[in-house]
Design a binder for this molecule. Structure first.
Ligand SMILES: [Zn+2]
Length: 360
């Protein structure tokens, strides 16, 4: 039975029960869906093209900074207005173009720390307006990340937001424990190592608080994750800890499922296949990828510019003659496309790596 069999909506942006059914299917079939950070229509298309050609579902997400970039760097963002408008613009673009690729897409927003909550407030306003008109939220899911706050405050505030999302049958991802490193201006590189590993009791406390509201949530539990690529250091990734969380929850819930929790893998750049496989075997359904696809997008453009340099220095005139036009070399559809090709290749690699390829 392919994954599309568990979906009511088989192509385009999926919401509600479809999201949960797809994640449960992923657990049963031991794969995780890559969540690709997108910042433009070009990066959206590169990711969609990879997923279509691999016959895979995909998750597209905007970070707070990525959403502002989507709006345009010229738009002021003092009150998150660019991040709100940009994420909404990305959502409408993805909603309209995804069916053309013929695959299901989960539309998500990435980390929202406490200081960025006005961003999430604006997105939920947009979800509710969309829900009024269409009976579903604009976004499939959001992430709230209050992991830097005290444990109880994290759970209480997350629950408040989840109650609002649950009215629209929307998915929520939350973080507990801290992902180290630095992303989008949030610098956790100073955090004590012990906070980079979450305990089973703490993870289960999240489950107990959120499960009565709705089953549609996932937990990014820290197991030594770090954003960005780092040289091997004193923080060791321990994805086997996720198995302890599942075991603890299974016992407490007396669940038939070996992986009652939906888990998310952050900060996986540079992780080994074995580490991902361990995570997936313990119920990881989503793996975030940003650093690697950012670099992949550059490769095609960088190599193009370096190789075609003599065709790019003026509109007319190149090694083939002083009167030869260079328009077909400097057209953005040519050189931006080269970045899309190399980014697509990196997304394809991820889809194969996480066993997502061919699941539809
Ligand atoms: Zn993250």
């Amino acid at each position: 039975m392919p994954a599309s069999d568990v979906l009511k909506r088989k192509t385009g942006v999926i919401v509600g029960d479809d999201v949960r059914n797809l994640f449960r299917y992923a657990q049963e079939h031991k794969f995780a869906i890559p969540a690709i950070n997108v910042t433009s229509s070009s990066t959206v298309n590169a990711a969609l093209e990879a997923a279509r050609d691999a016959n895979s579902p995909i998750i597209l997400q905007t970070s707070q900074g990525g959403a502002a970039y989507f709006a345009g760097k010229g738009v002021a963002n003092g009150n998150q207005e660019a991040s709100i408008a940009g994420a909404i613009a990305a959502a409408h673009f993805i909603r309209s173009i995804a069916p053309a690729y013929g695959i299901p897409v989960i539309l998500h927003t990435d980390h929202c720390a406490k200081k960025l909550l006005p961003w999430l407030d604006g997105l939920l306003d947009a979800d509710e307006a969309y829900f009024k008109e269409h009976g579903e939220p604009l976004f499939s899911s959001h992430m709230i990340d209050l992991s830097e706050e005290p444990h109880d405050a994290n759970i209480a505030t997350t629950k408040k937001y989840f109650e609002r999302a649950a009215k629209m049958n929307q998915w929520l991802e939350m973080e507990i424990g801290i992902t180290g490193g630095e992303e989008d201006g949030v610098d956790n590189s100073h955090v004590h190592v012990s906070r980079l590993y979450t305990q089973p009791e703490d993870v289960f406390a999240v489950y107990e608080a959120l499960a009565p509201v709705s089953p549609n949530f996932s937990i990014a539990a820290a197991f030594g994750n770090v954003h960005g690529v780092y040289k091997p250091g004193n923080v060791k990734l321990q994805p086997e800890l996720l198995g302890d969380h599942q075991k603890y929850a299974k016992e407490k819930l007396n669940s038939k499922l070996d992986t009652p929790l939906f888990l998310v893998f952050h900060g996986g750049s540079g992780s080994s296949k074995e580490e991902f496989e361990t995570g997936i075997s313990h119920g990881v359904v989503k793996v975030n990828i940003d650093t690697d696809t950012q670099y992949a997008y550059l490769i095609g453009i960088r190599d193009y510019v370096l190789n075609k340099k003599d065709y790019l220095m003026s509109q007319v005139g190149n090694p083939e003659g002083d009167d030869k036009p260079n328009k077909k070399y400097f057209d953005p559809r040519v050189w931006v496309r080269e970045g899309e090709k190399t980014m697509k290749a990196r997304v394809t690699e991820a889809l194969e790596f996480f066993n997502t390829a061919g699941q539809l």
